[in-house]
Design a protein around this ligand. Structure first.
Ligand SMILES: [Fe+2]
Length: 294
């Protein structure tokens, strides 16, 4: 079974459209002064080529772990939905969940669901999707609008309870189970993320996924733009990083070759090569490896 995983594609236009909000004005400063505009310059073209490259790998399923937009405007959502095109009609092949930039300000509610609801089970989180006869994706939504100086996420007690119900259900026993979320649970060196940037209930979610009665092989996420693999006590976590951020050396995405019965996965990185303008295999990537997931 082949699964593609990409994240943080950030369609980026000069952010002065949509309903005015202090946080969106701050995004203008980030775009102009802090270099976000340069990091994601031409991201529309890379997103189009990324989606085509994913399809060319003949994967069984493709998962995007959020941050499709920059500041959650209607114009950005329309543009990135246009790049997805007919893929939006194929929930059996594609899954997309929102990131904090897709829930950037109050007032943008419903825009993600309007454009990508078909690929996220109508935005009813958490959800369980059987993507092949042996592989299942469980997705949670931990993104929410926050203040100017806060980009933290929250799973919340209600969603954690529902998540536990799904992950301990007998129907998942024997299957290869992938959990998808936007935020990470640990940083690259294994430490917790900062309070203003990470998941507020990271410890509770980690305690949940490390339970003996939970069926889970991989946790897949984005949010941090540099990719890495890390472990909790029991689970393997893979951050795909940003697929389009030019500031990140090796920006790109992952293909997972999964052996569901053996609970093994082989990670292969594909990265953006600006010269020919395409994504290609990165045999030297430190992410490439094969590992057991149980
Ligand atoms: Fe993010």
């Amino acid at each position: 079974m082949k699964l593609a995983h990409y994240s943080d594609i950030h369609v980026t236009h000069f952010p002065l459209s949509g309903k005015p909000a202090l946080k969106r004005l701050a995004a203008v400063a980030s775009y102009s002064l802090a270099g976000r505009g340069r990091h994601f310059q031409g991201s529309d073209e890379r997103i189009g080529k990324l989606l085509a490259d994913v399809d060319a790998q003949a994967v069984d399923h493709a998962l995007c772990t959020g941050d499709l937009t920059g500041v959650s405007t209607e114009a950005e959502f329309s543009r990135v939905a246009g790049l997805f095109g007919p893929r939006l009609e194929q929930p059996g092949k594609y899954t997309v969940i929102p990131g904090n930039h897709d829930r950037y300000v109050r007032g943008a509610e419903g825009l993600f669901e309007q454009h990508f609801g078909n690929l996220s089970e109508g935005g009813r989180f958490p959800f369980l999707k059987h993507v092949t006869s042996e592989v299942s994706v469980v997705a949670i939504d931990v993104a929410r609008p926050t203040s100017l100086i806060d980009s933290s996420g929250l799973c919340g007690p209600k969603q954690r309870e529902a998540l536990l119900g799904i992950l301990t259900d007998a129907s998942l026993e024997g299957r290869f189970v992938v959990m998808a979320m936007h935020y990470g649970l640990l940083r690259a060196e294994g430490q917790r993320d900062a309070r203003h940037h990470g998941l507020r209930d990271d410890l509770e979610v980690m305690e949940l996924i490390d339970r003996d009665d939970v069926s889970l092989d991989l946790v897949l996420h984005g949010h941090m733009h540099r990719p890495y693999v890390v472990k909790t006590k029991k689970r393997t976590i893979i951050n795909a990083g940003s697929a389009t951020d030019l500031h990140v050396k090796g920006c790109g995405y992952n293909v997972y070759e999964i052996d569901p019965a053996a609970h093994r996965v082989r990670i292969s990185r594909r990265t953006w090569n600006a010269g020919p303008g395409r994504y290609e295999a990165a045999p030297e990537s430190p992410l490439n490896r094969e590992l057991s997931t149980r």
